[in-house]
Design a protein around this ligand. Structure first.
Ligand code: C5P
Length: 237
């Protein structure tokens, strides 16, 4: 078994899945930073494709066109010095525009198409370009990296998730719908994510479940770090 300086094995994929607003992105970014691993936000690939489709006027129910667009998507992810994700489409920085309400809804819609998912899963594995990473999304532990030695599934009460989403929208767009409206949108997206036939949102077998309702991101990461020895055990099995 070859090891790096932080004591982790060469193959070290940690997956974090869960519905919107459970704090996946922040926890994944912090965890990756702490461990010196690559951070992969798979939701950003759905958002980037949705953004490109809206820009190019491709209807969100046109699966073949969307899949073609996904296969040729000039997407690149980078990180700032403090670990924040930067999303590029060609030479355009689309980090902020992909977080708008319109793109959020469009991303959930295109994520229903099996052929789109297949193309984006390929893209995600390519973007990972590393066997040492923290991947975050809805199906990273079940479909994208099913052999990951350590998987987390985050949950939180719906009202709390809606509150977090509202705060995010306020800071991004300077405004946001009322809490009941956000709660309704969130539940509708949850249903879409849980009920689809391909890559649905489910707890991966063997995943550690963490309820983040009363935990901040630091506390979530602390709990995650307690499970690190499981990676070492898996790597010598
Ligand atoms: O996580 P985020 O909110 O950025 O994801 C945007 C949308 O992309 C989600 O609502 C979900 O429908 C879809 N998605 C997915 N599978 C993933 C990541 C995101 O279906 N692995």
């Amino acid at each position: 078994m070859s090891k790096h300086s932080n004591g982790l094995p060469k193959r070290c994929v940690i997956t974090i899945d869960g519905p919107a607003g459970v704090g996946k992105s922040t926890a994944a970014r912090l965890l990756a930073q702490r461990l010196g691993l690559v951070y992969l936000d798979t939701g950003a690939t759905y958002r980037a494709l949705a953004y490109a489709a809206l820009q190019q006027g491709v209807a969100l129910d046109r699966e073949p066109q969307l899949a073609r667009l996904a296969r040729a998507l000039p997407l690149r992810l980078s990180q700032t010095r403090n670990g924040a994700l930067v999303v590029w489409l060609g030479s355009r920085n689309i980090t902020r525009p992909i977080r708008t309400e319109r793109v959020t809804e469009a991303a959930a819609a295109i994520a229903q198409h099996p052929r789109v998912r297949a193309a984006l899963v390929q893209l995600q594995r390519r973007l990972a370009n590393s066997t040492r990473l923290v991947a975050e999304g809805r199906d990273t532990g079940t479909v994208v990296f099913p052999r990951a030695p350590l998987k987390f599934f985050l949950t939180a009460k719906a009202r709390i998730r809606a509150g977090r989403r509202r705060a995010e929208m306020q800071s991004l767009e300077g405004r946001s719908p009322a809490l009941p409206v956000i709660l309704k949108q969130l539940k509708a997206r949850d249903q879409l994510d849980r009920r689809r036939h391909v890559g649905p949102l489910v707890k991966p077998a063997g995943a550690v479940v963490l309820d983040t309702s009363s935990l901040d991101a630091e506390a979530v990461v602390e709990r995650m770090l307690r499970h690190l020895p499981e990676i070492l055990v898996a790597s010598i099995r």
